[in-house]
Design a protein around this ligand. Sequence first.
Ligand SMILES: NC(=O)c1ccc[n+]([C@@H]2O[C@H](COP(=O)([O-])OP(=O)(O)OC[C@H]3O[C@@H](n4cnc5c(N)ncnc54)[C@H](O)[C@@H]3O)[C@@H](O)[C@H]2O)c1
Length: 254
Amino acid sequence: MTVASVQDKHILITGGASGIGAASASLLASRGAKVTVADMNVELGESLVKQINEQGHVASFVPVDVSEADSVASLFAAAKDNYGPVNIVINNAGIDHLPGALADLDDAVWHKNIAVNLTGVWYCMKQSVKQMLSNGGGHIINISSVAGIHSAPLVAPYCAAKHGVIGLTKTAAVEYAKANIRVNAVCPSFIRTPMVEKMLEQVGEKMATRLIKGNPMKRLGEADEIAATIAWLCSDESSFMTGHNVVLDGGMTA
Ligand SMILES: NC(=O)c1ccc[n+]([C@@H]2O[C@H](COP(=O)([O-])OP(=O)(O)OC[C@H]3O[C@@H](n4cnc5c(N)ncnc54)[C@H](O)[C@@H]3O)[C@@H](O)[C@H]2O)c1
């Protein structure tokens, strides 16, 4: 089988130290990309990059807090120094929050979710576009969620941020289509990652079982399944796709 090529592309992944980001970083590096792993978790990020390098592939770790504009600017400068301008950026860094009805949630939960899950994507998109414009084009892949396309009771701040990511994706796709910059989003449902394992522990066994049984496939998705689609998007086989949100949810929203 021919594998969609990402050979020699410089791919930057935020939140690349864990879960969906780490699975994507490993897969893309194994297919010949030069990968910048960016994350606020330095220990996990450095350990992943060491593992990728030991397998003979190319990756570097750069620390970042995506909710800080200066930190994001430093990340993109460091990435460019390492491997030249970015060809593809995967805006994946994200957080969740404890469930609660809208009126009961603390304002701090709202502000934190918007800062990381939406403003973080905004800062990274701006830096991505600047490097891509100077380099003849590129592809931005934003990780939204099924909570970005329909209601998500008890997680309103997360839901609002992820809807915002879809708005940024569609608008930037149209604004920059002529500049050869594509912008797409990926919308997973529940995927087995450290974020979701922790959430399932917190909500208790009954609720966890209900969440899993509520999916037509009766299971969680795996990080590798999301990474495989991201890798295809990173290849030129997706060349006519822009402004789209790819839903990976086991049929949950069908
Ligand atoms: N796992 C799911 O079920 C699921 C479903 C839909 C969408 N998503 C989205 O996928 C993305 C990845 O989630 P995951 O499940 O792999 O989670 P994860 O917790 O395993 O990984 C998230 C990574 O983001 C990093 N991060 C968090 N805040 C950051 C910040 N301010 N700056 C830099 N890095 C930061 C964390 O350190 C971590 O390494 C998130 O955007 C999440 O909202 C996940």
